[in-house]
Design a protein around this ligand. Structure first.
Ligand SMILES: [Zn+2]
Length: 200
């Protein structure tokens, strides 16, 4: 019966979370938030986040749920919950919280949600995205910076001969973002807060 329920659990299918994790409960709260609870199967083994040893047993479980904002299901703001196990690795001896597939370590937003807001940021300013999805803009700026810096790490600038600088207002009048662009390819090389000589 349990297998049957899991198989036909729409949240289980939609989230597509990998073993040993599964959706064991969901709850629609009055304020129109959908809470989805995820847990791992008993006896599960995890990979060591430090050395990659794939057969670490659970050492203990963190007291507090970790939560992640996920893409809305229908009109409901959706929050994932899980109690995170820590493993004690027999290879390297470290005791660490396991890594999960649906969010970056330490992030309060799922990867799906982060990708959603990043795709909206292509179309509109960060503040507008924050209002649209009902998140604080500082939280979304952190996501933006993480992905922009990550993208910049992979940019090869060895062939860049001319750089253009452009200042753009992040919000009417006050904060500025300076963009450094390869003049030949129009590719963005670097973006930073501020303008003028302070940036240079
Ligand atoms: Zn290890």
């Amino acid at each position: 019966m349990k297998d049957f329920q899991e198989k036909y659990n729409v949240f289980q299918s939609a989230l597509d979370i990998p073993e040993p994790w599964y959706v064991f409960h969901h709850e629609l709260a009055k304020e129109e938030t959908l809470h989805i609870y995820i847990e791992y199967r008993s006896g599960a083994v995890f990979s060591c986040p430090n050395c990659g040893n794939t057969s670490c047993k659970v050492h203990d479980i963190l007291d507090q749920d970790r939560t992640w904002r996920h893409l809305d299901f229908w009109q409901y703001r959706t929050i994932l919950h899980a109690r995170m196990p820590r493993v004690k690795c027999e290879s390297c001896g470290k005791i660490l919280t396991v890594e999960i597939d649906w969010a970056r370590p330490g992030a309060g937003l799922s990867l799906f949600f982060e990708h959603h807001v990043m795709s909206l940021m292509v179309e509109m300013p960060v503040n507008a995205v924050a209002r649209k999805v009902g998140e604080h803009d500082t939280r979304l700026w952190r996501v933006f910076k993480y992905y922009v810096y990550k993208a910049m790490e992979n940019i090869d600038i060895s062939n860049v001969s001319r750089i253009a600088m452009d200042e753009t207002s992040r919000r009417k009048g006050h904060k500025y973002v300076t963009l450094f662009v390869d003049s030949d390819t129009k590719r963005l090389l670097f973006a930073t807060l501020g303008k003028g000589s302070e940036v240079l």
